[in-house]
Design a protein around this ligand. Structure first.
Ligand SMILES: Cc1cc2nc3c(=O)[nH]c(=O)nc-3n(C[C@H](O)[C@H](O)[C@H](O)COP(=O)(O)OP(=O)(O)OC[C@H]3O[C@@H](n4cnc5c(N)ncnc54)[C@H](O)[C@@H]3O)c2cc1C
Length: 257
């Protein structure tokens, strides 16, 4: 049976959380992946929170020094936000987990959420907005192509969990992390290609996508391809060549170099 992909909008929500814990999941050179758990600043902040889709994400506003997040007249957080995938959450437990790529040693590449995830004091406030909506996959695709760089690893982790152990297809990862040490265990039916990142981010992902054969039935192939912004155009071109409707796929730029 062909799968379906449904997009559901959610009403806006602003939630006040605090940094409760961090775990370094893995390191690769100067980069690391840090799982931070954000908990309710007050009971009930996460009431109504849902994130049923594999790539569901929130906007997180933090102060670089871990201090209070300034609020505008209607309570909206002021300052820069970063978009992060919700890797797990519990409304009854009052927490959400996000996995943040900390790029470069000791903030050498700048950034907001990476250095905050690595070093902000426990108890630091974080204002979380969204998810604005959800993209929910139903049914079982005949095969999948999951392609992403480090920024997309949290979403791919969730898709793998949702798709289950019998899924077949291709997993293309542009990463220097040891995927096993991140706790990502692809099922046996997925062919895993680990691509070395280079000075042109996501170029290796685009080339690997272009090299894959077209599906026998385009309605049976689910494609997730997210990474640096320059991946979007070639990934969409590949969808077109395969006859896969872009509305039945997830193709997105997760960051810009
Ligand atoms: C829908 C969506 C979901 C996302 N989910 C996640 C997630 O779960 N985890 C996550 O870590 N990120 C995720 N991202 C990317 C995220 O929004 C930020 O870009 C990322 O966390 C970096 O933020 P920063 O403040 O540390 O660095 P920034 O201030 O954004 O960037 C600092 C410097 O690092 C470079 N840089 C940023 N990201 C990368 C990268 N991946 N590889 C190499 N260089 C980079 C920038 O070009 C810049 O020079 C997601 C983005 C989107 C749109």
């Amino acid at each position: 049976m062909p799968y379906s992909l449904a997009r559901h909008p959610f009403p806006p929500a602003v939630r006040h959380l605090v940094l409760d814990s961090r775990i370094v999941l893995a390191t690769a050179g100067d980069d690391s992946f840090v799982r931070v758990q954000l908990v309710e600043a007050r009971p009930g902040e996460l009431a109504g929170f849902i994130a049923p889709g594999g790539g569901d994400h929130v906007r997180v506003v933090v102060s670089p020094d871990g201090g209070e997040v300034p609020l505008g007249p209607t309570g909206e957080p002021l300052g820069e936000s970063r978009t992060e995938t919700v890797v797990d959450h519990s409304v009854s437990g009052g927490w959400i987990d996000i996995d943040v790529l900390v790029h470069g040693a000791a903030g050498s590449h700048g950034g907001l959420i990476g250095p905050w995830a690595a070093r902000a004091p426990l108890g630091s406030p974080a204002v979380v907005m969204g998810p604005k909506g959800s993209v929910v996959l139903s049914g079982a695709p005949g095969d999948v192509v999951l392609a992403g760089d480090d920024s997309a690893l949290p979403a791919i982790r969730r898709y793998l969990r949702m798709l289950g152990p019998s899924i077949t297809g291709e997993l293309l990862l542009e990463t220097r992390f040891d995927v096993a040490s991140l706790g990502i265990a692809p099922p046996a039916g997925l062919r895993v290609s680990i691509l070395e990142p280079d000075s042109a981010p996501s170029a290796a992902l685009a080339a690997a996508l272009q090299a894959l054969p077209a599906p026998a039935d385009p309605l049976e192939r689910f494609v997730f391809a997210c990474g640096e912004q320059s991946l979007v155009a070639p990934a969409r071109a590949v969808l077109g060549a395969w006859g896969v409707d872009v509305e039945r796929a997830v193709v997105k730029g997760y960051w810009k170099r």
